[in-house]
Design a protein around this ligand. Sequence first.
Ligand SMILES: NC(=O)c1ccc[n+]([C@@H]2O[C@H](COP(=O)([O-])OP(=O)(O)OC[C@H]3O[C@@H](n4cnc5c(N)ncnc54)[C@H](OP(=O)(O)O)[C@@H]3O)[C@@H](O)[C@H]2O)c1
Length: 322
Amino acid sequence: MKAIKVERDELLWMEAESPALGVGEVRIRVLASAVNRADLVQRSGGYPPPPGASDILGLECAGEVLEIGEGVGRVQPGDPVCALLAGGGYAEEVVVPAGQVLPIPDGLSAVEAAALPEVFATAFLNLYMEANLTPGEKVLLHAGASGVGTAAIQLCKLTHNDCFVTVGNAGKIDECVRLGAAGGWNRHEGEFKQAVQEWSGGGVDVILDPVGAAYLSDNLLVLNPDGRLVVIGLMGGVETSVNLGLMLVKRLRIVGSTLRARSIPAKALVMDRLRDEVWPHIATGDIRPVIDTVIPIEEADRAHALVAGDQTVGKVVLKVSE
Ligand SMILES: NC(=O)c1ccc[n+]([C@@H]2O[C@H](COP(=O)([O-])OP(=O)(O)OC[C@H]3O[C@@H](n4cnc5c(N)ncnc54)[C@H](OP(=O)(O)O)[C@@H]3O)[C@@H](O)[C@H]2O)c1
């Protein structure tokens, strides 16, 4: 098979060894994969794959089942599927535990389905399983136009949670509002806290934050009593100080969360809930994959540069095969 290999910081589409199929695993012929922010960090050596995972880039894919391992009952060869991966998606074939494989929602192409697994699993896990978001609570989503952000906006709309976004330009605010956000703030126009307080009439109940250190103190300020902050990324740094007084008085919770390093059963739990609670709304068109650009896998370098430029809305999909 062919796969992307990183050589002297270049992404090259070249021959690679097909992965071996194990018990409880599924081999997928990859028709499309997609870029995640984490791929850029892994490429530069900052986010190594968890033990046992492929060292090929790629956290998601869509395609068709080629082969199933012993004990797999939920899919059959020929089924159109998409999957959450710990690695290996930038390739013609990938092997993945069966619990991380879902059917392609009715009516979607493989290119569209490749934009779903990582961002919907991340948004669902952190909003509902980590932050225990309940209907009516208000949400702040940083990087609202990112892949994860555009998935989270649509989930919030579905579960009757008003949400406010921070983004990097006015056009992205409009895109987020079209997807269901109630409003937004351009992060290049100053601190977000006043805009969030004005929009919410006080504060928000849940924050999904991929920025980390740079936003921590203002995140704590805009949280309501009993508020939950889920930190899912560190684009704005790792270390800062915390006002524990504010945390104590408002009974705040800060949760750190990664999806990729979770156990196989923990990932399967998230995927089962996606299949039952989110996939039906994709089939009806109420929720949709948000795709900025589709780029052939051979031009993965260009796809990474596009994502690194911070101008994309939603996903950059890599087309692997027809
Ligand atoms: N913990 C997990 O399990 C998990 C899983 C998936 C993703 N993530 C994290 O979630 C985030 C979004 O991932 P993605 O793949 O959806 O990203 P993406 O589509 O590449 O979007 C990232 C966006 O973040 C904004 N941004 C970049 N640098 C920033 C900074 N220093 N401060 C504030 N905003 C900044 C930019 O948008 P604007 O210019 O519009 O603000 C950029 O377009 C990443 O941090 C990723 O690592 C975490």
